[in-house]
Design a protein around this ligand. Structure first.
Ligand code: R5P
Length: 227
């Protein structure tokens, strides 16, 4: 799926992030069109002799890693030294993720990693988070969770599949509500509230998790670091 800014800007960010991966590292492989550039760059590095193992966060990233020759492992067998992943919006190091419905596994892998490196093109930067927050819900929880989101002042929208009638079903067999809260003034508070709703598997707010942001433009990349 193609989203966000130019492919050149995504490549700048993805290839920059791949350079942080050291020999012998275990790498969390995020999902999406920007991270795909990092995975491809890792594949080339492996071909040149780099020793890495990847932990995929989705069917998509697993298939791409296999295609480009990145050896794979799991969270049962290894702990990531670094995770590389994309974002739908970034503001002051906080993120909205889940445009590809992979945010539950992405958060799991990011949390397990010693270092989270986020790759975005410059169209994703904002002063405050304001894009709809993807909320993965158990199939039976779709209506009650939507009601709770509305009570919180959000507008929930069941994500529809693009090429068939019916909803998107995540790699975990769940549904996604894209929840519009307008500008999010208190990401920590909203993240805590969403996590406490029964039936919510995971939401796409990643607050205070990113260690580095690699921001690509058409011909350059800048790196922001967060403590
Ligand atoms: O579920 C998908 C992920 O959170 C992606 O990392 C995010 O949507 C960004 O994807 P892209 O790089 O394709 O814009």
């Amino acid at each position: 799926m193609k989203r966000g800014g130019s492919e050149a800007a995504k490549r700048q960010a993805g290839e920059s992030a791949a350079t942080v991966v050291e020999d012998g590292a275990v790498v969390g492989l995020g999902t999406g069109s920007t991270t795909a550039h990092a995975i491809r760059a890792l594949g080339e590095a492996v071909e040149s002799g780099l020793d890495v193992q990847g932990i995929p966060t989705s069917y998509q990233s697993r298939e791409l890693a296999r295609e480009v020759g990145v050896p794979l492992t799991t969270l049962d067998d290894a702990s990531p030294d670094v995770a590389i992943d994309g974002a739908d919006q970034a503001a002051n190091g906080d993120l909205v993720k889940g445009g590809g419905a992979a945010h539950a596994r992405e958060k799991l892998v990011a949390d397990a990693a010693d270092r989270l490196v986020i790759v975005v093109d410059d169209s994703k930067l904002a002063d405050a988070l304001s894009v709809p927050v993807p909320v993965e819900v158990l199939p039976d929880a779709r209506t009650p969770v939507a009601a709770r989101i509305s009570e919180l002042g959000g507008e929930p929208d069941l994500r529809a599949a693009e090429r068939k009638d019916g909803p998107v079903v995540t790699d975990n067999g769940n549904l996604v509500l894209d929840c519009d809260f307008g500008t999010i003034d208190d990401p920590v508070g909203l993240a805590t509230t969403l996590s406490a709703i029964p039936g919510v598997v995971e939401h796409g707010l990643f607050v205070g998790m990113a260690d580095e942001l690699h921001v690509g433009s058409a011909d350059d990349v800048t790196v922001q670091r967060f403590d």
